[in-house]
Design a protein. Structure first.
Length: 82
């Protein structure tokens, strides 16, 4: 999966919340970018981390080491149930 480069911007992780927001070009770009980042994590980074754990390249023995391994790979804990 490729993420199209864009100018640096603040990522609004609340773009999918249900409270009313004004929709504008920046919100649309933010929504697309968050979707691309999420897809990259789910399709590339998480499988890579799982493979590292299987090969014992990244040893995980408890929740704390799993959390550190995920965070060091840019994966937030919200992706754990996937």
């Amino acid at each position: 999966i490729e993420i199209e480069p864009i100018e640096p911007m603040r990522i609004d992780l609340n773009v999918f919340t249900s409270y009313p927001q004004a929709e504008n070009d920046e919100k649309q770009k933010s929504r697309q970018y968050v979707q691309q980042l999420s897809s990259y994590l789910v399709e590339v980074r998480i499988p890579h981390l799982i493979e590292d754990i299987r090969k014992c390249t990244t040893p995980v023995v408890d929740g704390d080491t799993l959390t550190r391994a995920m965070h060091s790979n840019g994966i937030n804990m919200r992706y754990l149930p996937r």
